[in-house]
Design a protein around this ligand. Sequence first.
Ligand SMILES: [Zn+2]
Length: 324
Amino acid sequence: MARYGGIDLGGTKIQAVVVDEAHEVLGSSRLPTPTTGGPADVTLAMIESINVALEDAGVARSDLAAVGVGSPGVVDDAAGTVTSARNLPDWEGTYPLGEKLGAAFDAPIALSNDVNVATQAEFALGAAKPFRSLLGVFWGTGVGGGVILDGELWEGRGGAGEIGHMVVKSDGRTCPCGRVGCMEAYAGRGAMETRAREKVADGEKTILFDIMEERGKPRLSSGIWQRALEKDDDMAHHMIDRAVGAIGVAVASSLNLLDVEAVVIGGGLGLRLGDPYVEKIRDAMMPHLFADHHPPEVLLASLGDLGGAIGATLIAVDKAPAHA
Ligand SMILES: [Zn+2]
């Protein structure tokens, strides 16, 4: 029985799984992403994440047929490299991640974009399993998107799926990407935190930063936004509603072009806020949907936090010796 490893490399955490041939999770791990050092340090943490997952699964390292990685940045699977992974420490240049991991595990390594593997996971194993086409929306620090058409991931020339940078207001706010009016400028957790700090500097009141201090967190995490909503914080409600509105506009615009069968909402904030906010996104989408007599399903991602790592095991299968 072949076993596969999968790693979801995120800006704050590294999640790893070891799965069987049916992609059932046998063991998993979650480690913080190093905030200092460079790619070599991050790679060591990735190796450790698989070792912990192997131990959790009771599987020997030698049983790994292949390991897949979902990574941020510019990913070149053929070259085995990751370039400009800007939310990782000192990872501006090109790093031979595939070669380093391959040497550590003595197994083939598959690399892909983190959002694409999460989309493939929901399509093959998760909420979108019954469908042939899908728009995946991953609502977190930024807002990532993945597109599956006729059962195949659509990457364009490498830049497709950037739903966070669809323009929802042509003369709107500046996005972390430097352009103006992107959906992510209103809905990304990073941009929302920047905006919340501006509002506080202008004298507006919120408990968001009090909760952050109580919890000893450096950032407004998804859990902090959720808590502020539960406590009926006006600023949190206003900003999350605005985010939902922006996501609804971008999703509807995407559907008007692609008319996919399903939309799956995931990501740290999406998963944390859950079904009630998936409903709100659907409501925000409807007024902008052209074919509104026949709207697609809008669903919460069903693989949860491990979706990215499980998706990475899907791409690992293609690299395993029996398939080579
Ligand atoms: Zn942007």
